[in-house]
Design a protein around this ligand. Structure first.
Ligand code: PLP
Length: 363
């Protein structure tokens, strides 16, 4: 194995295979709620835009076409509340960006990347790929005066907890980071999925006052527009930082395919399909939440995003195993950090028929 591969943790999903096999043996078939992969159709207007742009013999622009750049900036102004002059950049989905951002920004061995105590595992992977050290914390005070911190990840709405960071908290994070010259990167790929609260972008004028220095927001169309299969993400924020990222990504060939760029323009220009998808998830969420509560689970946070963060105050593997007996697969909290040993993550991404099957098995 290469030195780089061996610096990374074991791929956690392999550990879920025994529970998956158990759930699959259920006579009614598995209800797989372990992964947040969209199952509903790609909206027709996006598929049409992709098809119309399929005659694409030349190399696409790493920076994105002018039309795509305008679509991203327009959407960040409308949905993100950002009225200033933003740098923007399309990415090949957001996972590659999350994994390579510390390296692309020049984070090096000896530097520290701060990540939430319970979070999407790729933040840690990205720090390790850069040879940096990870500090897990939700508290700026606990991070203290460590001058080695170069990059701070936040994620609101959070995967897996569904927690949303309010304006005041985001303001504090930005000013803390600016005082120390730390880059703040806010992963906002679930921004469109607020249930009990309306999530706020770090780029919102109420947070930054229109000054994006040292701030980058990461977005994805995977969840908002059912485009996980297209690999469509983008960044908005500090124009100087994003210009630097563009330079490196041009050299490295990190280019979004031209038909996907066209599909992204269509997706960003339409909110109707987003409303329809939000309604589907809302109904599934209500059904699963009620059933889990009746089955003795407590739901923590989960005010936004694509998951229910559930606990029965026992070891998460015990819960995963019990749910697997009922043919339901959930993700153990430990995949997201050592502080989450008693939670499981239940995704809302299953068809109505599979969600109904899960509800019947829980109640
Ligand atoms: C918090 C978070 N960030 C980024 C991603 C990556 O999404 P994608 O690569 O599909 O844009 C995910 C996917 O589940 C996620 O949960």
């Amino acid at each position: 194995m290469s030195a780089l591969a061996s610096a990374l943790p074991d791929f956690p999903w392999d550990l879920l295979e025994p529970a998956k096999a158990k759930a699959a043996a259920h006579p009614g078939g598995i209800v797989d709620l372990s992964v947040g992969t969209p199952v509903d159709p790609v909206p027709a207007l996006i598929r049409d835009a992709l098809a119309d742009a399929s005659d694409a013999p030349g190399y696409p622009l790493t920076a994105g076409t002018p039309a795509l750049r305008a679509a991203i900036a327009g959407w960040l102004a409308r949905a993100g509340g950002a009225s200033g002059r933003l740098g923007v950049l399309p990415t090949i989905g957001s996972k590659e960006l999350v994994a390579w951002l510390p390296t692309l920004l020049g984070v090096r061995p000896g530097d520290v990347v701060a990540i939430p105590s319970v979070c999407y595992p790729t933040y840690e992977v990205g720090a390790l790929l850069a040879g940096a050290t990870v500090a897990r914390s939700d508290s700026l005070t606990a991070l203290g005066p460590d001058r080695r911190i170069k990059l701070l990840w936040i994620n609101s709405p959070s995967n897996p907890t569904g927690k949303v960071l309010p304006v005041e908290h985001l303001r504090k994070v930005v000013s803390w980071a600016r005082e120390r010259g730390v880059t703040v990167v806010s992963d906002e790929c679930y921004l469109a999925l607020g249930w009990e609260t309306r999530p706020v972008s770090v780029l919102d004028d109420r947070v930054t006052d229109g000054d994006y220095t040292g701030v980058i927001a990461v977005h994805s169309l995977s969840k908002r527009s059912n485009l996980a299969g297209y690999r469509a993400g983008f960044l908005g924020g500090d124009p100087a930082l994003i210009a630097g990222l563009l330079e490196v990504r041009k050299h490295a060939g990190m280019i979004v395919p031209a038909p996907v760029q066209a599909a992204m323009i269509a997706a960003l220009g339409d909110e109707e399909h987003v409303d329809r998808q939000r309604e589907r998830y809302s109904a599934r969420r209500d059904a699963l939440r009620t059933a889990l509560t009746k089955a003795g689970f407590e739901i923590s946070h989960s005010e936004a995003g694509l998951y229910l963060w559930a606990t029965r105050s026992e070891d998460c593997w015990q819960t995963v195993d019990d749910l697997a007996e009922r043919g339901i697969l959930a993700a153990p909290g430990l995949f997201y950090g050592p502080a989450a040993a008693q939670h499981v993550r239940v995704a809302l991404t299953a068809t109505d028929e599979r969600v109904a099957a899960a509800v019947a098995r829980l109640t």
